[in-house]
Design a protein around this ligand. Structure first.
Ligand SMILES: [Zn+2]
Length: 487
Protein backbone atom coordinates (compact mmCIF):
# COMPACT_ATOMS: atom_id res chain seq x y z
CA UNK A 1 0.00 0.00 0.00
CA UNK A 2 1.05 3.61 -0.35
CA UNK A 3 3.68 4.88 2.04
CA UNK A 4 2.80 7.36 4.75
CA UNK A 5 4.02 10.58 3.10
CA UNK A 6 2.34 9.58 -0.18
CA UNK A 7 -0.95 9.09 1.59
CA UNK A 8 -0.78 12.45 3.25
CA UNK A 9 0.66 14.80 0.62
CA UNK A 10 -0.30 13.40 -2.77
CA UNK A 11 -3.42 12.00 -4.27
CA UNK A 12 -3.03 9.43 -7.05
CA UNK A 13 -5.34 9.79 -10.04
CA UNK A 14 -5.79 6.83 -12.40
CA UNK A 15 -7.85 6.20 -15.52
CA UNK A 16 -7.77 2.96 -17.51
CA UNK A 17 -8.02 2.10 -21.18
CA UNK A 18 -9.00 -1.55 -21.34
CA UNK A 19 -8.57 -3.45 -24.60
CA UNK A 20 -10.88 -6.43 -24.73
CA UNK A 21 -10.99 -9.02 -27.51
CA UNK A 22 -14.53 -9.94 -28.46
CA UNK A 23 -15.75 -13.54 -28.55
CA UNK A 24 -16.75 -13.54 -32.20
CA UNK A 25 -16.38 -16.39 -34.66
CA UNK A 26 -14.65 -14.22 -37.29
CA UNK A 27 -12.33 -11.23 -37.31
CA UNK A 28 -13.68 -7.68 -37.39
CA UNK A 29 -13.56 -6.95 -41.12
CA UNK A 30 -13.06 -10.34 -42.80
CA UNK A 31 -14.16 -13.96 -42.38
CA UNK A 32 -10.84 -15.31 -41.04
CA UNK A 33 -11.47 -17.25 -37.80
CA UNK A 34 -10.95 -15.34 -34.57
CA UNK A 35 -8.80 -17.84 -32.67
CA UNK A 36 -5.72 -17.55 -30.49
CA UNK A 37 -2.32 -18.85 -31.64
CA UNK A 38 -1.84 -21.32 -34.47
CA UNK A 39 0.97 -21.64 -37.02
CA UNK A 40 2.07 -18.07 -37.82
CA UNK A 41 0.26 -16.45 -40.75
CA UNK A 42 -2.22 -19.27 -41.34
CA UNK A 43 -5.34 -17.25 -40.46
CA UNK A 44 -4.81 -14.36 -42.80
CA UNK A 45 -6.53 -13.02 -45.91
CA UNK A 46 -5.95 -9.95 -48.11
CA UNK A 47 -8.19 -7.83 -45.84
CA UNK A 48 -6.46 -8.50 -42.51
CA UNK A 49 -3.05 -8.59 -44.21
CA UNK A 50 -3.71 -5.03 -45.40
CA UNK A 51 -3.39 -5.71 -49.14
CA UNK A 52 -4.17 -2.66 -51.27
CA UNK A 53 -7.69 -2.75 -52.68
CA UNK A 54 -9.06 -5.39 -50.27
CA UNK A 55 -12.34 -4.12 -48.84
CA UNK A 56 -13.36 -4.56 -45.19
CA UNK A 57 -16.91 -5.57 -44.18
CA UNK A 58 -18.02 -4.96 -40.58
CA UNK A 59 -18.79 -8.05 -38.45
CA UNK A 60 -22.35 -7.65 -37.09
CA UNK A 61 -21.65 -10.00 -34.17
CA UNK A 62 -18.83 -7.69 -33.00
CA UNK A 63 -21.20 -4.71 -33.13
CA UNK A 64 -23.76 -6.60 -31.04
CA UNK A 65 -21.15 -7.57 -28.43
CA UNK A 66 -19.92 -3.97 -28.17
CA UNK A 67 -23.53 -2.85 -27.58
CA UNK A 68 -23.94 -5.60 -24.98
CA UNK A 69 -20.82 -4.36 -23.16
CA UNK A 70 -22.07 -0.77 -23.39
CA UNK A 71 -25.48 -1.61 -21.94
CA UNK A 72 -23.90 -3.62 -19.12
CA UNK A 73 -21.71 -0.62 -18.26
CA UNK A 74 -24.63 1.79 -18.26
CA UNK A 75 -23.61 3.59 -21.48
CA UNK A 76 -25.67 5.50 -23.99
CA UNK A 77 -25.62 3.65 -27.32
CA UNK A 78 -24.98 5.88 -30.30
CA UNK A 79 -27.33 4.94 -33.12
CA UNK A 80 -24.67 6.08 -35.60
CA UNK A 81 -20.97 5.54 -35.08
CA UNK A 82 -18.08 5.94 -37.45
CA UNK A 83 -14.84 4.11 -38.21
CA UNK A 84 -11.72 6.18 -38.73
CA UNK A 85 -8.16 5.44 -39.67
CA UNK A 86 -5.70 5.97 -36.84
CA UNK A 87 -2.31 6.31 -38.47
CA UNK A 88 0.86 5.13 -36.88
CA UNK A 89 3.72 2.96 -37.98
CA UNK A 90 4.59 -0.37 -36.46
CA UNK A 91 5.74 -3.49 -38.32
CA UNK A 92 2.85 -5.62 -37.00
CA UNK A 93 0.27 -3.15 -38.37
CA UNK A 94 0.03 -4.13 -42.04
CA UNK A 95 -2.19 -1.24 -43.19
CA UNK A 96 -0.06 1.48 -41.62
CA UNK A 97 -3.20 2.53 -39.77
CA UNK A 98 -5.55 0.98 -37.25
CA UNK A 99 -9.25 1.00 -38.13
CA UNK A 100 -10.79 2.41 -34.97
CA UNK A 101 -13.69 4.60 -33.94
CA UNK A 102 -12.92 8.21 -33.13
CA UNK A 103 -16.02 10.42 -33.16
CA UNK A 104 -18.63 9.23 -32.56
CA UNK A 105 -17.80 5.91 -30.85
CA UNK A 106 -20.47 3.22 -30.45
CA UNK A 107 -21.05 3.79 -26.69
CA UNK A 108 -20.53 6.78 -24.37
CA UNK A 109 -21.17 8.01 -20.86
CA UNK A 110 -21.50 4.94 -18.62
CA UNK A 111 -20.83 4.21 -14.98
CA UNK A 112 -19.56 1.20 -13.07
CA UNK A 113 -19.90 0.52 -9.37
CA UNK A 114 -17.94 -2.05 -7.41
CA UNK A 115 -16.41 -2.68 -3.99
CA UNK A 116 -12.71 -2.04 -3.34
CA UNK A 117 -11.06 -2.35 0.06
CA UNK A 118 -14.52 -2.73 1.60
CA UNK A 119 -15.76 0.59 0.20
CA UNK A 120 -18.03 1.28 -2.80
CA UNK A 121 -16.23 2.89 -5.76
CA UNK A 122 -17.98 4.57 -8.68
CA UNK A 123 -16.11 5.00 -11.97
CA UNK A 124 -17.34 6.85 -15.04
CA UNK A 125 -17.00 5.18 -18.45
CA UNK A 126 -16.04 7.84 -20.98
CA UNK A 127 -16.51 5.74 -24.08
CA UNK A 128 -16.35 2.31 -25.67
CA UNK A 129 -15.19 2.00 -29.25
CA UNK A 130 -14.63 -0.82 -31.70
CA UNK A 131 -11.26 -1.34 -33.37
CA UNK A 132 -9.11 -4.07 -34.85
CA UNK A 133 -6.08 -5.59 -33.16
CA UNK A 134 -2.58 -5.59 -34.65
CA UNK A 135 -0.48 -8.67 -35.41
CA UNK A 136 2.51 -9.73 -33.36
CA UNK A 137 6.25 -9.28 -33.83
CA UNK A 138 8.33 -12.34 -32.97
CA UNK A 139 11.89 -11.69 -31.83
CA UNK A 140 12.64 -14.31 -29.24
CA UNK A 141 15.50 -16.65 -30.04
CA UNK A 142 15.86 -15.10 -33.50
CA UNK A 143 18.50 -12.82 -34.94
CA UNK A 144 15.76 -11.17 -36.96
CA UNK A 145 12.23 -9.97 -36.26
CA UNK A 146 9.33 -11.79 -37.87
CA UNK A 147 5.70 -10.76 -38.09
CA UNK A 148 2.71 -13.06 -37.39
CA UNK A 149 -0.58 -11.62 -38.63
CA UNK A 150 -2.91 -14.27 -37.16
CA UNK A 151 -4.07 -11.75 -34.55
CA UNK A 152 -4.31 -8.86 -37.01
CA UNK A 153 -7.96 -7.88 -37.45
CA UNK A 154 -9.18 -9.46 -34.21
CA UNK A 155 -12.15 -7.42 -32.96
CA UNK A 156 -11.53 -5.34 -29.85
CA UNK A 157 -13.49 -2.93 -27.78
CA UNK A 158 -11.49 -0.28 -26.01
CA UNK A 159 -13.21 0.73 -22.78
CA UNK A 160 -11.99 4.12 -21.57
CA UNK A 161 -12.66 5.10 -17.97
CA UNK A 162 -12.78 8.54 -16.42
CA UNK A 163 -9.82 9.36 -14.13
CA UNK A 164 -11.92 8.33 -11.13
CA UNK A 165 -9.62 5.72 -9.59
CA UNK A 166 -7.54 6.83 -6.60
CA UNK A 167 -5.04 4.04 -5.99
CA UNK A 168 -3.33 1.13 -7.78
CA UNK A 169 -5.48 -1.25 -5.70
CA UNK A 170 -8.67 0.41 -6.92
CA UNK A 171 -7.40 0.17 -10.50
CA UNK A 172 -6.88 -3.60 -10.13
CA UNK A 173 -10.28 -4.09 -8.49
CA UNK A 174 -11.89 -2.14 -11.34
CA UNK A 175 -10.16 -4.40 -13.87
CA UNK A 176 -11.25 -7.52 -11.96
CA UNK A 177 -14.84 -6.29 -11.84
CA UNK A 178 -14.83 -5.47 -15.54
CA UNK A 179 -13.33 -8.82 -16.49
CA UNK A 180 -15.83 -10.75 -14.38
CA UNK A 181 -18.77 -8.88 -15.87
CA UNK A 182 -17.65 -9.19 -19.51
CA UNK A 183 -16.78 -12.88 -19.18
CA UNK A 184 -20.14 -13.51 -17.52
CA UNK A 185 -21.87 -11.81 -20.45
CA UNK A 186 -19.86 -13.83 -23.03
CA UNK A 187 -18.48 -10.60 -24.47
CA UNK A 188 -14.91 -11.92 -24.10
CA UNK A 189 -13.13 -15.03 -22.85
CA UNK A 190 -11.16 -12.71 -20.54
CA UNK A 191 -8.00 -14.79 -20.94
CA UNK A 192 -5.37 -12.30 -19.84
CA UNK A 193 -2.42 -14.63 -20.47
CA UNK A 194 -3.42 -14.83 -24.12
CA UNK A 195 -3.90 -11.07 -24.22
CA UNK A 196 -7.71 -11.17 -24.50
CA UNK A 197 -7.82 -8.37 -21.95
CA UNK A 198 -5.03 -5.88 -21.41
CA UNK A 199 -4.93 -2.30 -20.33
CA UNK A 200 -3.10 1.00 -20.42
CA UNK A 201 -2.92 2.81 -17.09
CA UNK A 202 -2.95 6.62 -17.10
CA UNK A 203 -1.55 7.82 -13.81
CA UNK A 204 -0.73 11.19 -12.27
CA UNK A 205 -0.32 12.73 -8.85
CA UNK A 206 -1.70 15.96 -7.46
CA UNK A 207 -1.48 17.63 -4.05
CA UNK A 208 -4.04 16.19 -1.69
CA UNK A 209 -6.52 18.71 -0.29
CA UNK A 210 -8.76 18.49 2.73
CA UNK A 211 -12.30 17.31 2.19
CA UNK A 212 -14.58 20.10 0.99
CA UNK A 213 -11.74 22.33 -0.27
CA UNK A 214 -12.29 21.47 -3.93
CA UNK A 215 -9.90 19.44 -6.06
CA UNK A 216 -6.55 20.54 -7.41
CA UNK A 217 -6.28 20.31 -11.21
CA UNK A 218 -4.94 17.00 -12.50
CA UNK A 219 -1.16 16.61 -12.64
CA UNK A 220 0.74 15.56 -15.76
CA UNK A 221 0.11 11.90 -16.47
CA UNK A 222 2.21 9.04 -17.72
CA UNK A 223 0.63 6.20 -19.66
CA UNK A 224 1.78 2.69 -18.77
CA UNK A 225 1.26 0.56 -21.85
CA UNK A 226 -0.08 -2.93 -22.38
CA UNK A 227 -0.35 -4.49 -18.93
CA UNK A 228 -1.87 -7.95 -19.16
CA UNK A 229 -2.09 -9.28 -15.61
CA UNK A 230 -3.57 -8.02 -12.36
CA UNK A 231 -0.12 -8.22 -10.76
CA UNK A 232 1.58 -6.20 -13.45
CA UNK A 233 -1.11 -3.50 -13.23
CA UNK A 234 -0.62 -3.28 -9.47
CA UNK A 235 3.19 -3.36 -9.58
CA UNK A 236 3.53 -0.95 -12.48
CA UNK A 237 1.10 1.58 -10.99
CA UNK A 238 2.77 1.42 -7.57
CA UNK A 239 6.21 1.96 -9.06
CA UNK A 240 5.05 4.79 -11.26
CA UNK A 241 3.28 6.42 -8.32
CA UNK A 242 6.52 6.29 -6.35
CA UNK A 243 8.63 7.57 -9.29
CA UNK A 244 6.37 10.58 -9.79
CA UNK A 245 6.30 11.32 -6.07
CA UNK A 246 10.12 11.45 -5.97
CA UNK A 247 10.20 13.81 -8.96
CA UNK A 248 7.56 16.11 -7.47
CA UNK A 249 9.13 16.17 -4.02
CA UNK A 250 12.49 17.08 -5.54
CA UNK A 251 10.76 20.06 -7.16
CA UNK A 252 10.81 18.53 -10.68
CA UNK A 253 8.16 18.13 -13.35
CA UNK A 254 6.62 14.89 -14.58
CA UNK A 255 6.83 14.57 -18.38
CA UNK A 256 3.77 13.47 -20.33
CA UNK A 257 4.96 10.25 -21.87
CA UNK A 258 4.27 6.62 -22.60
CA UNK A 259 6.12 4.22 -20.36
CA UNK A 260 6.71 0.52 -20.52
CA UNK A 261 6.69 -1.70 -17.43
CA UNK A 262 9.54 -4.16 -17.12
CA UNK A 263 8.25 -6.94 -14.83
CA UNK A 264 11.76 -8.45 -14.41
CA UNK A 265 13.39 -5.22 -13.25
CA UNK A 266 10.09 -4.09 -11.70
CA UNK A 267 10.49 -0.55 -13.02
CA UNK A 268 8.79 1.56 -15.68
CA UNK A 269 10.86 2.97 -18.55
CA UNK A 270 10.09 5.87 -20.85
CA UNK A 271 9.24 4.77 -24.42
CA UNK A 272 8.25 7.94 -26.21
CA UNK A 273 6.58 11.22 -25.47
CA UNK A 274 2.86 10.60 -25.49
CA UNK A 275 1.07 11.23 -28.77
CA UNK A 276 -1.97 13.43 -28.76
CA UNK A 277 -4.94 12.81 -31.03
CA UNK A 278 -3.64 15.10 -33.83
CA UNK A 279 -0.50 12.93 -34.13
CA UNK A 280 -2.67 10.02 -35.25
CA UNK A 281 -4.26 12.02 -38.11
CA UNK A 282 -7.66 10.40 -37.56
CA UNK A 283 -9.86 10.59 -40.62
CA UNK A 284 -13.10 8.77 -41.50
CA UNK A 285 -12.43 5.43 -43.14
CA UNK A 286 -13.46 5.71 -46.80
CA UNK A 287 -13.96 1.92 -47.10
CA UNK A 288 -16.54 1.51 -44.33
CA UNK A 289 -20.02 3.04 -44.13
CA UNK A 290 -21.15 4.41 -40.75
CA UNK A 291 -22.55 1.82 -38.34
CA UNK A 292 -26.32 2.38 -38.03
CA UNK A 293 -28.25 0.73 -35.20
CA UNK A 294 -32.04 0.51 -35.20
CA UNK A 295 -33.67 1.29 -31.87
CA UNK A 296 -35.33 -2.13 -32.10
CA UNK A 297 -31.95 -3.85 -32.46
CA UNK A 298 -30.61 -2.12 -29.31
CA UNK A 299 -33.77 -3.03 -27.37
CA UNK A 300 -33.45 -6.64 -28.47
CA UNK A 301 -29.89 -6.76 -27.12
CA UNK A 302 -31.00 -5.05 -23.90
CA UNK A 303 -33.82 -7.54 -23.30
CA UNK A 304 -31.42 -10.42 -24.01
CA UNK A 305 -29.08 -9.40 -21.17
CA UNK A 306 -29.10 -11.87 -18.28
CA UNK A 307 -29.46 -10.90 -14.65
CA UNK A 308 -26.09 -9.32 -13.76
CA UNK A 309 -23.75 -11.43 -11.65
CA UNK A 310 -23.79 -9.02 -8.72
CA UNK A 311 -27.61 -9.14 -8.43
CA UNK A 312 -27.61 -12.88 -8.86
CA UNK A 313 -24.88 -13.34 -6.27
CA UNK A 314 -26.84 -11.35 -3.68
CA UNK A 315 -30.02 -13.28 -4.50
CA UNK A 316 -28.21 -16.63 -4.02
CA UNK A 317 -26.89 -15.45 -0.64
CA UNK A 318 -30.32 -14.32 0.53
CA UNK A 319 -32.28 -17.30 -0.80
CA UNK A 320 -29.94 -20.18 0.02
CA UNK A 321 -27.88 -18.97 2.97
CA UNK A 322 -24.61 -19.01 1.01
CA UNK A 323 -21.61 -16.91 1.96
CA UNK A 324 -19.98 -14.40 -0.38
CA UNK A 325 -17.28 -16.81 -1.50
CA UNK A 326 -19.72 -19.59 -2.33
CA UNK A 327 -22.12 -17.34 -4.21
CA UNK A 328 -19.15 -15.70 -5.96
CA UNK A 329 -17.98 -19.05 -7.35
CA UNK A 330 -21.49 -20.08 -8.41
CA UNK A 331 -21.91 -16.82 -10.33
CA UNK A 332 -18.41 -16.77 -11.84
CA UNK A 333 -20.02 -17.66 -15.15
CA UNK A 334 -23.60 -17.40 -16.31
CA UNK A 335 -23.47 -21.04 -17.40
CA UNK A 336 -22.52 -22.31 -13.92
CA UNK A 337 -25.19 -20.16 -12.26
CA UNK A 338 -27.73 -21.48 -14.80
CA UNK A 339 -26.65 -25.06 -14.03
CA UNK A 340 -27.15 -24.47 -10.30
CA UNK A 341 -30.61 -23.03 -10.90
CA UNK A 342 -31.56 -25.82 -13.30
CA UNK A 343 -30.74 -28.35 -10.56
CA UNK A 344 -32.95 -26.42 -8.13
CA UNK A 345 -35.76 -26.50 -10.66
CA UNK A 346 -35.29 -30.25 -10.99
CA UNK A 347 -36.05 -30.54 -7.30
CA UNK A 348 -32.79 -30.22 -5.38
CA UNK A 349 -32.63 -28.11 -2.19
CA UNK A 350 -30.50 -24.93 -2.43
CA UNK A 351 -27.84 -25.32 0.23
CA UNK A 352 -27.11 -29.00 -0.47
CA UNK A 353 -27.07 -28.45 -4.24
CA UNK A 354 -24.54 -25.64 -3.76
CA UNK A 355 -22.43 -27.79 -1.45
CA UNK A 356 -22.28 -30.67 -3.93
CA UNK A 357 -21.18 -28.32 -6.72
CA UNK A 358 -18.62 -26.46 -4.62
CA UNK A 359 -17.20 -29.29 -2.50
CA UNK A 360 -17.47 -32.26 -4.87
CA UNK A 361 -18.14 -31.43 -8.51
CA UNK A 362 -15.74 -28.51 -9.04
CA UNK A 363 -12.79 -30.04 -7.10
CA UNK A 364 -13.21 -33.39 -8.89
CA UNK A 365 -13.33 -31.64 -12.27
CA UNK A 366 -10.25 -29.62 -11.33
CA UNK A 367 -8.42 -32.87 -10.51
CA UNK A 368 -9.36 -34.20 -13.94
CA UNK A 369 -8.44 -30.94 -15.66
CA UNK A 370 -11.93 -30.76 -17.12
CA UNK A 371 -14.63 -28.14 -17.17
CA UNK A 372 -17.62 -28.97 -14.96
CA UNK A 373 -19.77 -28.92 -18.09
CA UNK A 374 -17.69 -31.69 -19.69
CA UNK A 375 -18.58 -34.42 -17.18
CA UNK A 376 -21.64 -36.65 -16.95
CA UNK A 377 -23.56 -34.87 -14.23
CA UNK A 378 -26.67 -33.19 -15.58
CA UNK A 379 -28.76 -30.84 -13.41
CA UNK A 380 -31.27 -33.73 -13.14
CA UNK A 381 -28.62 -36.14 -11.82
CA UNK A 382 -27.41 -33.52 -9.37
CA UNK A 383 -30.98 -32.89 -8.18
CA UNK A 384 -31.61 -36.63 -7.80
CA UNK A 385 -28.45 -36.97 -5.67
CA UNK A 386 -29.65 -34.15 -3.43
CA UNK A 387 -33.08 -35.78 -3.07
CA UNK A 388 -31.48 -39.11 -2.07
CA UNK A 389 -29.40 -37.27 0.55
CA UNK A 390 -32.46 -35.43 1.86
CA UNK A 391 -34.43 -38.66 2.06
CA UNK A 392 -31.64 -40.35 4.01
CA UNK A 393 -31.15 -43.06 1.34
CA UNK A 394 -27.45 -42.25 1.02
CA UNK A 395 -25.15 -40.43 3.40
CA UNK A 396 -22.99 -37.46 2.45
CA UNK A 397 -19.98 -39.55 3.38
CA UNK A 398 -20.94 -42.21 0.84
CA UNK A 399 -21.67 -39.62 -1.86
CA UNK A 400 -18.17 -38.25 -1.31
CA UNK A 401 -16.68 -41.71 -1.46
CA UNK A 402 -18.36 -42.69 -4.73
CA UNK A 403 -18.51 -39.24 -6.37
CA UNK A 404 -15.77 -39.93 -8.93
CA UNK A 405 -17.47 -43.21 -9.91
CA UNK A 406 -20.78 -41.42 -10.15
CA UNK A 407 -19.31 -39.12 -12.80
CA UNK A 408 -18.03 -42.13 -14.75
CA UNK A 409 -21.31 -44.01 -14.51
CA UNK A 410 -24.80 -43.55 -15.91
CA UNK A 411 -26.38 -45.01 -12.77
CA UNK A 412 -28.21 -42.82 -10.27
CA UNK A 413 -26.49 -42.43 -6.92
CA UNK A 414 -28.82 -44.76 -4.95
CA UNK A 415 -28.43 -47.63 -7.42
CA UNK A 416 -24.66 -47.22 -7.49
CA UNK A 417 -24.56 -47.12 -3.67
CA UNK A 418 -26.76 -50.19 -3.47
CA UNK A 419 -24.51 -52.13 -5.86
CA UNK A 420 -21.58 -51.28 -3.62
CA UNK A 421 -23.51 -52.19 -0.45
CA UNK A 422 -23.43 -48.56 0.68
CA UNK A 423 -27.08 -47.64 0.83
CA UNK A 424 -27.72 -45.79 4.03
CA UNK A 425 -28.93 -48.17 6.70
CA UNK A 426 -32.03 -46.90 8.37
CA UNK A 427 -33.09 -50.38 9.37
CA UNK A 428 -33.08 -50.32 13.18
CA UNK A 429 -32.60 -54.05 13.62
CA UNK A 430 -29.38 -54.07 11.54
CA UNK A 431 -28.09 -50.98 13.28
CA UNK A 432 -29.05 -52.24 16.74
CA UNK A 433 -26.87 -55.25 16.16
CA UNK A 434 -23.91 -53.03 15.15
CA UNK A 435 -24.50 -50.80 18.19
CA UNK A 436 -24.56 -53.78 20.55
CA UNK A 437 -21.32 -55.13 19.04
CA UNK A 438 -19.59 -51.75 19.36
CA UNK A 439 -20.51 -51.32 23.02
CA UNK A 440 -19.78 -54.87 24.07
CA UNK A 441 -16.54 -55.00 22.11
CA UNK A 442 -15.26 -51.95 24.03
CA UNK A 443 -16.19 -52.53 27.68
CA UNK A 444 -13.63 -50.06 29.11
CA UNK A 445 -14.99 -47.17 26.97
CA UNK A 446 -18.55 -48.20 27.76
CA UNK A 447 -17.80 -48.05 31.51
CA UNK A 448 -16.10 -44.68 31.14
CA UNK A 449 -19.09 -43.35 29.21
CA UNK A 450 -21.47 -44.53 31.87
CA UNK A 451 -19.16 -42.95 34.47
CA UNK A 452 -19.75 -39.53 32.86
CA UNK A 453 -17.32 -39.32 29.92
CA UNK A 454 -20.16 -38.66 27.46
CA UNK A 455 -17.74 -37.31 24.85
CA UNK A 456 -16.99 -40.98 24.13
CA UNK A 457 -20.26 -41.12 22.19
CA UNK A 458 -18.32 -39.94 19.12
CA UNK A 459 -15.96 -42.91 19.54
CA UNK A 460 -18.89 -45.34 19.45
CA UNK A 461 -20.48 -43.59 16.47
CA UNK A 462 -17.15 -44.05 14.69
CA UNK A 463 -17.11 -47.76 15.54
CA UNK A 464 -20.63 -48.28 14.20
CA UNK A 465 -19.86 -46.26 11.06
CA UNK A 466 -16.80 -48.42 10.46
CA UNK A 467 -18.86 -51.58 10.89
CA UNK A 468 -21.48 -50.34 8.42
CA UNK A 469 -18.84 -48.95 6.00
CA UNK A 470 -20.18 -45.44 6.46
CA UNK A 471 -23.66 -46.41 5.38
CA UNK A 472 -25.38 -46.10 8.73
CA UNK A 473 -27.81 -43.24 9.23
CA UNK A 474 -25.87 -41.04 11.72
CA UNK A 475 -28.98 -39.64 13.42
CA UNK A 476 -30.35 -43.09 14.07
CA UNK A 477 -26.97 -44.43 15.24
CA UNK A 478 -26.71 -41.60 17.77
CA UNK A 479 -30.16 -42.32 19.10
CA UNK A 480 -29.65 -46.09 19.37
CA UNK A 481 -26.23 -45.68 21.04
CA UNK A 482 -27.60 -43.33 23.69
CA UNK A 483 -30.46 -45.70 24.40
CA UNK A 484 -28.15 -48.70 24.66
CA UNK A 485 -25.48 -46.97 26.80
CA UNK A 486 -27.89 -45.23 29.10
CA UNK A 487 -30.23 -48.17 29.71
ZN1 LIG B 1 -8.69 -12.01 -42.83
Amino acid sequence: MGSGPLESRWETVIGLEVHTQLLTRAKLFCSCPNLFGGEPNTRVCPVCAGMPGALPVINAQAVRLAVRAGLALGCRINRTSLFSRKSYFYPDLPNGFQTSQWEPPICEGGRVEFISGGRPVSVGITRIHLENDAGKCLHEGLDASLVDLNRAGTPLVEIVSEPDLRSPDEAVDFMRHLRRLLVYLDVTDGNMEEGSMRCDVNISLRPRVKEGEGDEPYGTRAELKNLNSFNSILDAARHEQERQREILEAGGKVEQETRHYDPEARITRGMRSKENAPDYRYFPCPDLPPVFLEEQEVEKIRSGLPEFPEQRRLRFEADFGLNAEESGILTSSAALADYFEAALKAGGGGKRTATLILAELLPECARRGLSWSAVNFSPERLAHTVRMLDAGKVSLRVVREIFAELLDSDLPVDILAEQKGLLQLSDSSVLEEAVRAAVEGNPAEAAAYRGGKTRLLAFFVGQVMKATRGAGNPGLINKLLRQYLEE
